[in-house]
Design a protein around this ligand. Structure first.
Ligand code: FEO
Ligand code: CA
Ligand code: CA
Ligand code: CA
Length: 637
């Protein structure tokens, strides 16, 4: 997460904020007009009269206590199994180097093994099976203190290559043996599907910005092929069977980023990158290669079912610090892609495709996300909202304001959104689309700078100053998913009711949580929420009683939230995907033992956590965990 929105952009919210700054719904109702009242009442109506007849699950498990200690906990009657940790060979035939616990695997080994810091993840059923499929998985970033035997410094060319190979994506095959209490999942190795995508993997650039002068570099004068993807955070699965992943905090990977392009400053590029890559890989030195940063910040699409497919960067969806991207279909089968960027005071977007989805899977829809209209969201204080088109030549998006063509609008999506007066949000993370009620949900994880002097104040959608806890916002489009306007409200404001500061209490019905991040619906219609409080925030102050990061389920019909899983010390829980039968759930434990600086001390690699191996002298590892009910039942039921 970063914070570089310095635009004055005093939207309507800041003006109205004075009358709508009270966070709880009752008070918001008092300040809202009739439209707002309708908006607040509508979700209950919508949820109790779902558009489809799919069965809605209720919370059938026993909630667990807040997590403490270096262990993963699930409710009674559930079994959690570690499936795929950092460093496990992904399963490429004849190239399966074993993980070495001392960090001594080479860069070449790492390119054949699962990367670090597992994040967004999707299960792709093979032939519709719930016991045999593929997992496509992001590796968001690296802790170089754990990645190398001697840690981050001195950084060498070989260490940079290993760090780059521990980023990107993995695809691996999984199979369940047996059923009920005896069931277990395993990676299938070798597998013809097994793949790694690293900073050396060619990605095709498609859509309106492909070939744009701002995307051309010495190594790629056409501006149509980028080596690699990085800082991939959330994920989703498209209705045509591909994997979408967002390139989130790409700006931290570049050095030399000040004063090259004026527009780099709006993205927070720095003189020195966080990973020192620029010292050993010149393309990450923005002073020498000023267009290279423009080639990251896109949503990437991967077809895991075709191991020969070329991954694609979809420029029509805009360039941002994308957490991820999620697809709904209009009634006439056009793709509507929602996304947001996790940075303080940044924005929520949607893209509406021109063409309709075709039968025939990935191949038949290869160009679907290349043509259409991108919008940015404005949330108004009366409980309604509007999608503002990011279209060259419309409104202020003209050459006079620095946008020569649509490609430039897409490369500078943030700057274009500033000019349109979009609403500055409290760090949008994951989105989830309720196919039944058609409400769209988004986690806004926190924003401690909301209301600080010189920063935007509270508004109706982001109603708390010094927002340490975060909230979940939701909206229902007017008409169909391509609607120009919508109604919105908050599912919940996170917090702990025992806190003394009013803004940190929240209004959760049920188990407390802070810093919501991962989000998704299970096949039975429950909404699952995962949390990401940072090591610097946890176990003290307003988050003290909330404990380890966790996963909870919410029945959106009643609003009840119940704690389902707690992770080991200083981990984040992220990534969630279910088998089609809803009976196996895959989640990721990211960076167990995270240190306050995000970089471990190689002399004390397990000082905060030694999960999941608990080996003497070992190191903590991010890992995919699969969860089942001992009786083989539906998760959450
Ligand atoms: Fe990578 Fe916004 O979490
Ligand atoms: Ca996240
Ligand atoms: Ca987060
Ligand atoms: Ca994290």
């Amino acid at each position: 997460m970063e914070d570089s929105n310095l635009s004055a952009n005093p939207s309507i919210h800041e003006v109205i904020a004075h009358s709508a700054q009270h966070p709880d719904r009752r008070q918001l109702l008092q300040g809202a007009g009739l439209l707002g009242l309708l908006a607040l009442l509508q979700p209950l109506t919508a949820c109790t009269t779902p558009a489809s007849a799919s069965p809605r699950g209720s919370l059938g498990f026993s909630g667990i206590a807040p997590g403490m200690g270096d262990k993963l906990v699930v409710p009674p009657g559930y079994i959690a199994q570690v499936l795929a940790a950092w460093g496990e060979p992904v399963g490429i035939a004849g190239q399966m180097p074993a993980f070495r616990m001392d960090g001594s695997n080479s860069a070449e080994d790492q390119a054949l093994q699962l990367g670090m810091h597992h994040d967004g993840m999707e299960y792709f059923a093979l032939n519709g099976a719930s016991d045999h499929g593929l997992i496509a998985l992001n590796h968001e970033y690296t802790d170089d203190g754990l990645l190398h035997p001697d840690g981050f410094l001195p950084m060498t060319a070989a260490k940079v290559r290993k760090s780059q190979n521990a980023h990107g994506l993995s695809v691996f095959e999984v199979r369940r043996q047996d059923a009920g209490a005896n069931a277990s999942w395993a990676m299938v190795r070798p597998s013809a599907y097994a793949r790694r995508f690293t900073l050396q993997t060619p990605f095709e650039v498609s859509g309106p910005a492909a070939g744009h002068p701002l995307l051309r570099t010495a190594a790629d004068p056409q501006g149509r092929t980028v080596l690699g993807t990085l800082n991939n955070c959330a994920s989703s699965q498209t209705p045509w069977g591909t994997y979408l992943s967002g390139e989130e905090n790409w700006m931290y990977y570049f050095g030399g980023g000040k004063d090259i392009h004026a527009h780099h400053q709006r993205w927070g590029l720095r003189e020195k990158g966080l990973y020192n890559w620029e010292a050993h890989d010149a393309r990450f030195d923005a002073a020498r290669h000023p267009n290279e940063p423009n080639r990251f910040g896109w949503v990437v699409e991967v077809d895991p079912l075709d191991p020969t497919s070329t991954p694609v960067k979809r420029t029509a969806l805009g360039r941002a610090a994308h957490e991820g991207a999620w697809v709904a279909l209009t009634r006439d089968q056009r793709a509507v892609v929602y996304s947001g960027e996790d940075a303080r005071f940044e924005y929520i977007y949607k893209f509406v495709s021109s063409a309709r989805m075709q039968p025939g899977g990935a191949k038949a829809n290869r160009k679907l996300l290349d043509e259409g209209t991108l919008y940015v969201a404005r949330f108004d204080a009366d409980g309604t909202g509007r999608w503002l088109p990011l279209v060259h030549g419309q409104g202020p998006l003209t050459a006079a304001n620095g946008f020569t063509d649509q490609g430039e609008v897409l490369i500078k999506t943030r700057q274009a959104s500033d000019l349109l007066g979009a609403t500055k949000m409290d760090r949008p993370e994951w989105l989830a689309i309720d196919k039944s009620s058609r409400w769209v949900y988004c986690t806004l994880t926190n924003n401690s700078q909301r209301g600080e002097p010189g920063k935007p104040g509270v508004d109706a959608a982001n109603p708390r100053a010094n927002n340490t806890m975060g909230q979940i916002i939701r909206w229902l489009e007017d008409g169909d998913f391509d609607g120009a306007t919508f109604v919105w409200n908050h599912l919940l404001l996170a917090g702990d009711p025992a806190n003394s500061r009013a803004e940190a209490k929240g209004n959760i019905q049920g188990d407390m949580l802070g810093c919501p991040d991962g989000l998704g619906f299970s096949p039975n219609g429950l909404l699952w929420i995962q949390t990401d409080a940072h090591a610097t925030q946890m176990y003290k102050g307003e988050l003290e009683r909330i404990g380890n990061n966790q996963m909870l389920a919410c029945d959106t019909q009643t609003g009840e939230v119940r704690r389902f899983l707690t992770g080991p010390t200083n981990c984040e829980i992220t990534g969630l995907t279910f088998t089609p039968d809803g009976r196996s759930l895959f989640i990721n434990v990211q960076h167990p033992g995270e240190t306050p600086t995000d970089r471990s001390d190689p002399k004390k690699p397990s000082q905060f956590s030694n999960w999941p191996d608990y080996q003497a002298g070992g190191r903590p590892r991010s890992a995919t965990v699969v969860i089942r009910k001992a009786d083989g039942g539906v998760i959450g039921s």
